[in-house]
Design a protein around this ligand. Structure first.
Ligand code: NAP
Length: 537
């Protein structure tokens, strides 16, 4: 089909995993494409999050895209958990190998995307005034890319330096010998804290809620393992697609209750803990996600580990979470708890009192003052919907995505939105909660199949019907309510239910039914010639 009616066949926003994978997919369909990226280089989250210690929490062998012919044969990650720099280089390598950079306008932030019902095109406008049209619109703006702004009125008065982890300066920051504060102990803070501890004169961590930190146990990938990763690449990524969280891990096929013997249970948890990272939650017992008592056994195991690592009993107790394990996404740590044994690291519990900034640093409401040269905010993101609603997206008859989603977030499988024809979400709300590259691969592959079908059949538009969206919403709720953390995730301010943002409606923002069930749902549509969709001629 000719693209005469619009400047491009497709516009992609974002040049992270999702955007890059989309550019390649659309290229395979011989469509003309344009991509806008707010950063100065590719990477998305892996461009912006260049803070000290930034690395993946998924293992190198599953933190890869499976499409790129040639890249898997030549690419080696050097560590079990690739560093931010290496992930960014990996994406840069893909972009250069397939000559995709020419499609990308960097340093260009999109402010609006409006659909025209009559012409059946999208007009996408950037903050710099650039405005172009396309038939398909693919925002790949990332599930965790709009950082929560520091909500401290005193920030205006503070005279020291401050940084947000999510937009760390590209030219790095000299932290040596400084008095530094970190606010936030999610996955980001947990990575920063041990790194800052080793260079700062004094590091003070302000903790509102303690996380359950799993030991990452990072290591250098040697030549033999690199060869093995390449040899098994396809089967590993297939195994990851078959796993509920998109990780190449084996189902435990046992429950805490089924094993029953306390010593045997401890040995199984030991094995998961020693293996490192997410093996603890996915390869020990099946019922940690669904049975409150089994979950408590896993929670208490971690608390005992914290008590055994952290020397000062008072500090150890403050670091022990009391809410159920998995209510929040557990971070992977690299000598996280060990950092609190250093004489230059202090933990300040702010679970019961608020803080604000003042000229010299941070002050608690009860009046304690701490002076700092540098304050680092690692206070999280407006997850899933933040980046999409920040853009003024308007669909059929001018309806606003942001206004619609303020009432109810409705999608089909995290890909299509009723009332927004030819809008294909990439990594927006309702995708499975799991390892992103594997989810992106499945999602973009399906979008490619759908667009190919439309092109072949000369269909100008696609829209999902509301019954299908309603059915999907029921599935979302049902699978989430089956978890043990359906309520505790809200109480503990978890981002995957929007509870970390004051005033944001608390809804499950991700699909907890697993990657394979979600992929089957998409597959059902393509094999039934998109029976739940309405196409326009
Ligand atoms: P997060 O998990 O939402 O953690 C934010 C932290 O900031 C929490 O400890 C929170 O305390 C605290 N906080 C928020 N507002 C505060 C306030 N006003 N005063 C004091 N403390 C405040 O955010 P994140 O650490 O950026 O991680 C988000 C997600 O990004 C992760 O779960 C993960 O999926 C992803 N991520 C991945 C990696 C990786 O793969 N390597 C690395 C970093 C991030 P409360 O808990 O009390 O609200």
């Amino acid at each position: 089909m000719s693209n005469k009616i619009a400047d491009y066949d497709a516009i992609v926003v974002g040049a992270g995993f999702g955007g890059i994978r989309s550019l390649w997919e659309l290229g395979q369909l011989s469509l003309s494409v344009k991509c806008f990226e707010a950063g100065s280089d590719v990477g998305g989250a892996w461009y912006w999050n260049c803070y000290p210690g930034a690395r993946t929490d998924s293992e190198a062998w599953v933190y890869a895209l499976n499409f790129a012919p040639g890249v898997k044969e030549e690419w080696n990650y050097s560590e079990r958990y690739p560093s931010q720099k290496e992930v960014q280089q990996y994406l840069g390598r893909i972009v250069d190998k397939f000559d995709l950079r020419k499609h990308i306008d960097f340093d260009t932030r999109i402010k609006s995307a409006h659909y025209d019902d009559e012409r059946r095109i999208w007009t996408v406008t950037a903050a710099n005034g650039t405005s172009v049209t396309s038939r398909y619109f693919l925002p790949a703006t990332g599930p965790l890319s709009v950082a929560k702004a520091p909500p401290f009125p005193g920030l205006k008065k503070y005279t020291g330096k401050w940084y947000q982890a999510s937009s760390w300066p590209q030219n790095d920051v000299d932290l040596r010998g400084k008095r530094i504060a970190v606010i936030g102990t999610g996955a980001t803070g947990v990575q920063i804290i041990p790194k800052v501890a080793s260079v700062a004169k004094q590091l003070t961590v302000f903790q509102r809620s303690p996380p359950y930190v799993l030991p990452g146990r990072n290591y250098i990938i040697d030549e033999n393992q690199a060869e093995e990763i390449k040899r098994d690449f396809d089967s590993t990524l297939q195994a990851a697609s078959d796993h509920k969280a998109g990780l190449a891990m084996k189902l435990p096929e046992r429950t805490v209750k089924g094993v029953a013997d306390a010593e045997k249970i401890r040995q199984i948890f030991d094995a998961g803990w020693e293996c490192g990272g997410f093996h603890y939650q996915f390869e020990t017992f099946d019922d940690l996600f669904t049975d409150a008592e089994s979950n408590e056994v896993a929670s208490e195991y971690i608390r005992q580990k914290i008590r055994s690592i952290v020397h000062d009993p008072g500090t150890a107790e403050l670091l022990c979470p009391k809410y159920p394990f998995l209510s929040k996404r557990p971070p992977c740590g690299h000598f996280y708890y060990e950092a609190y044994n250093r004489s230059n690291v202090k933990l300040v519990d702010i679970s019961k009192e608020e803080i604000d900034l003042y000229e010299k640093g941070i002050r608690t409401i009860s009046g304690d003052e701490y002076e700092f040269d540098i304050i680092i905010f690692a206070i999280g993101y407006e997850a899933a919907t933040g980046a999409l609603t920040e853009i003024d997206v308007r669909g059929s008859q001018g309806r606003s995505l942001g206004e619609n989603w303020a009432k109810r977030i409705d999608t089909f499988a995290g890909v299509l939105v009723p009332g927004f024809p030819n809008l294909f979400l990439i990594c927006g709300p309702h995708i499975p909660f799991g390892n992103m590259p594997v989810v992106v691969e499945i999602q973009v592959n399906w979008i490619g199949k759908t667009i190919n079908y439309m092109e072949k059949n000369k269909l100008t538009g696609i829209e999902v019907n509301t019954e299908t969206v309603d059915e999907w919403s029921v599935q979302l709720e049902k699978t989430f309510n089956a978890t043990v953390f359906a309520e505790s995730s809200k109480a503990s301010r978890s981002w995957f239910v929007g509870a970390n943002i004051p005033g944001k409606p608390q809804n499950v923002l991700f699909y907890f039914g697993g990657v394979p069930a979600w992929a089957s749902k998409l597959e059902e549509e393509s094999t039934s010639e998109w029976a739940s969709m309405r196409f326009f001629l």
